[in-house]
Every structure is written in structure tokens, then in C-alpha cells.
Write a protein that binds this ligand. Structure first.
Ligand code: HSE
Length: 375
């Protein structure tokens, strides 16, 4: 009994603390109080839960590492799906990856590890189990990738968000939205870097401002329902690993660049809240720090941006770390033409084949799409 109480008292949960070096923020384990720990180890609410999480556009131009939004198409092909199932054959409090499939890109599944510690969905599922305090049950995961890897559409975050959401729902949806984001952020930290601008909108939906990590503070930016924003996402046949694109970032910025980018990012936030599509577009197009260093690494990107603007887009930039180019438009009917011109520019200026998808703002974020109960 005493041993059980001691074990419960040391059940880990997560706290963000700043290290001695001020630019670094890290997850540290803290001890939760025994009463809370004793209440943990929840029973499963379902035998199995399937959750979907959407693609995300991080940065939105001047919001490098702190702004992002979720996007989806009508058929939910722009996102990843995870089924989490209670698995009595596994040791308690463990996660196993039962399968990884990618119906539209079969070769992609082979590139993803089934080791849960090396798989975005696995890392997030383990973190969610730990945050829930699950000690008596184990979970197996089926991951279905709808997004390509290294595309700038938040592929790793979508897997992590769907896994965290599915595991939480499996045990009765007990976690606060911030805990879900933190579970996904553990995965992001391992795979693409410590930034929540993909995982936060993948969980929350809509536009999200990541204000700080210590304390952890997300600000969902609710745009008026009358704002009809569509995103033309043009993905070339080219991989831009986030690590490589982050290595290219400038180490220092001039104060004038800082002022200019800050005012554009603030303008973008105000425009989202006010539902001003024109200002959203022009602010997105105005990053003078990150986009100029990354665009030359993506063949044809400058011409693609120019083509999008010429074709009537309100703005265009690199989605996340690239190589996807994202243009915003108000009228969905323009999407096909804007996408066609961007695809042509990728080919003529960059010799890259590309595909275009017209998506809309996804206001829901990660959601449960089906459940199965115990008999
Ligand atoms: N903010 C991150 C970056 C997003 O641009 O590196 C990566 O998906």
C-alpha cells in the first residue's frame, strides 16, 4: 500500500521551466500531488477511438514560430487519422504502433518507424497516456497518413495531434486542450523542433497565437464567421526538411527588420480578429526575415509567389518550413486558377512538378470521428 502510494506520488506530469540559458525552454518532470495521482489511472471509456487532425500552415509569413492555422478540405484528405485501441496483450502503460498506412502514397508508410519512441503518433500517445495518469492499460495505434512528409503542412503535428486526441478520448476526454498540445509538443520537439505553431492549431483548429511557453499560453484567435478565407496550397515534388530549413535561418536580425516584422505580425493578428481578408493576405506576404532566407532554397518559390499575386491572390508565402507555397483568397472560385498559375511557375522557374489543393480554414482542429464500445 505504502509502495503504491509512493509510486503514485511520483507519477510524472509536465511543467515548462526555463533553463539557465534564456532562449531555451524545456520540459521537466515534476511530481504531482498524491491526491491527484490517486485519482489518476482512469478506466477506458471506449474500446477504440479514431481521431482526425488537420494540416496546418505555420508562420503565416511574419509569425515565425508563433502563429499558425488549421486547414482542411471537404474530404478530410488534408490530415492524418489515428485509431487508438485498448490492447490487453501489451504490458500496462505502454503504446505499440500496430500499423502505418498511407493510401495515397504507399511508399511513404515504409519510411515511418513503428517504434513508438521514433514515431510522431507514438511519442504523443505515450505523452498523453502519461498526462492522463494511465497505469493499468495499454494502447495500440493505427496511423493513416493523409499528408506527405516534409511538405510544410504540419505532417508530424497532424499525426501527433490525432494520436493525443484519440488516446485522450479513449479514456473519457479528461485532458485540457493545453495538455493535448503539450503531449503533441513532446513529439514535435523530438522530430522537428520546439515550436507549437503547428501542433497548437492542429489541436485547437482555427488561428492560434503561441504567446509563451513559460508560462504556457496559447491564444486562439477567433475570426468572425463572415470571414471566408480559402488557402491555395501548392506542394512541389521536393522535400524541405524542417531541420535544414531552420539551419538556414539568420542568427541575428537588424532592429529595423524586427520592427517591420513585428508590425506586420500584429497587423495579421488584428486582421484575423476583425475578419479583414485583405490585410491577412498582405501581412502574410510581408515577412522580411525568414522567407527571404528560405525562399532561395526552394526552386521557383519567388516566381510562384509572384504568379499567385498576379493571379489575384491576397497574399502568398511559404507554408511552415516549406516547400509548400500558400496563397490566400476570398472567393473559392478563384482557387483553381491561382493554383494552376502557381503550379506552372514551379515548373517554369524551378523545374518542379507540383500539385495544388484549395482548402479552407479548419475551425475544429483534432476531432474524434468514430468510437467503438466494449461489447
Ligand atoms: N515554425 C516552424 C518553422 C514550422 O518554420 O521552422 C515548421 O513546420
Amino acid at each position: 500500500m505504502a509502495a503504491a502510494a509512493a509510486a503514485a506520488a511520483t507519477q510524472p506530469s509536465f511543467l515548462f521551466t526555463r533553463r539557465a540559458r534564456p532562449s531555451l525552454v524545456s520540459l521537466r518532470v515534476r511530481t504531482v500531488n498524491p491526491a491527484k495521482a490517486a485519482a489518476a489511472d482512469p478506466a477506458p471509456a471506449f474500446k477504440s477511438v479514431t481521431a482526425f487532425a488537420p494540416a496546418t500552415v505555420a508562420n503565416l509569413g511574419p509569425g515565425f514560430d508563433f502563429l499558425g492555422c488549421a486547414v482542411a478540405d471537404a474530404s478530410l484528405s488534408l490530415g492524418d487519422t489515428v485509431t487508438a485501441t485498448i490492447d490487453l496483450s501489451l504490458p500496462p502503460a505502454t503504446v505499440s504502433i500496430a500499423s502505418v498506412t498511407s493510401p495515397s502514397r504507399p511508399h511513404l508508410a515504409d519510411r515511418l518507424s513503428k517504434d513508438p519512441l521514433r514515431n510522431c503518433a507514438g511519442v504523443a500517445a505515450i505523452a498523453a497516456l502519461r498526462a492522463l495518469g494511465v497505469r493499468s492499460h495499454a494502447v495500440s495505434i493505427h496511423l493513416t497518413k493523409g499528408l506527405p512528409l516534409g511538405s510544410g503542412l504540419g505532417s508530424s503535428a497532424a499525426s501527433a495531434a490525432a494520436a493525443a486526441k484519440a488516446v485522450d478520448a479513449l479514456f473519457g476526454s479528461r485532458l485540457h486542450r493545453d495538455d493535448l498540445v503539450l503531449a503533441g509538443l513532446e513529439s514535435e520537439k523530438a522530430v522537428s523542433g520546439f515550436h507549437a505553431d503547428n501542433i497548437a492549431p492542429a489541436i485547437l483548429g482555427g488561428f492560434v497565437l503561441v504567446r509563451s511557453y513559460d508560462p504556457f499560453h496559447l491564444i486562439p484567435l477567433s475570426s468572425p464567421p463572415g470571414l471566408h478565407l480559402h488557402f491555395v496550397l501548392v506542394t512541389p515534388d521536393f522535400e524541405a526538411p524542417t531541420s535544414k530549413m531552420r539551419a538556414a535561418l539568420p542568427k541575428q536580425v537588424a532592429i529595423q527588420q524586427h520592427v517591420r516584422n513585428s508590425s506586420q505580425a500584429a497587423g495579421l493578428v488584428a486582421a484575423v480578429l476583425q475578419g479583414d481578408a485583405g490585410v491577412i493576405g498582405s501581412a502574410m506576404s510581408s515577412d522580411g526575415i525568414v522567407e527571404p532566407t528560405r525562399a532561395p532554397l526552394i526552386p521557383g518559390m519567388a516566381a510562384v509567389k509572384a504568379a499567385a499575386l498576379e493571379a489575384g491572390a491576397l497574399g502568398c508565402t511559404i507554408s511552415g518550413a516549406g516547400p509548400t507555397a500558400v496563397a490566400v483568397i476570398e472567393e473559392e472560385g478563384k482557387g483553381e486558377e491561382v493554383g494552376r498559375r502557381m503550379v506552372e511557375a514551379f515548373w517554369s522557374a524551378g523545374k518542379l512538378k507540383a500539385t495544388a489543393t484549395v482548402a479552407q480554414l479548419d475551425r475544429l482542429g483534432a476531432r474524434v470521428i468514430s468510437t467503438s464500445s466494449f461489447e
